[in-house]
Design a protein. Sequence first.
Length: 181
Amino acid sequence: MSRKGKFPVPMPKGVEVSTRDGEIHVKGPKGVMQQKLLPGIEVQVEGDQLNVLLNESHKSAGSIHGLSRSLINNMVVGVSSGFEKKLEMRGVGYRANVQGDLLDLQVGFSHPTKLKIAAGLTVSVEEKNTVIVIKGNDKQAVGQFAAAVRAIRPPEPYQGKGIRYQGEFVRKKAGKAAAKK
């Protein structure tokens, strides 16, 4: 039995949870999410908390108990308050712009790079067009899009130029001049 799976999922006000046909449906102020329940997992609503129960008769249910609880918790948090990732752009002439459903990045290439913004995400640009804010109610989609943006120009270790998560520390290396004796 999972240690994480034992903890109940707190349900904020305004969030409704229902299960039917082997799926869980979570509805809140930020939207509606649904997901298929894995075999051997049962959900029980008790007042303002949600318990993820493990059916011991299923062979591999113990290995997915904590995973199921975390996925359900992310759904509840997503529809109540949502998720957000911020990316910083560092470099001369680096800037971003949102044009409809495209994120236009100018990060030192000879051509602008455009990324299609996934459905359900809102992307905005702040602070002199160098901070990209990605918001949405699906944690996986927000993180995946942030990783795709960062992968276009990851921070390099010599000057620190590139796209990084806000607050990310990039260790800098000494150049060739420091290597000489």
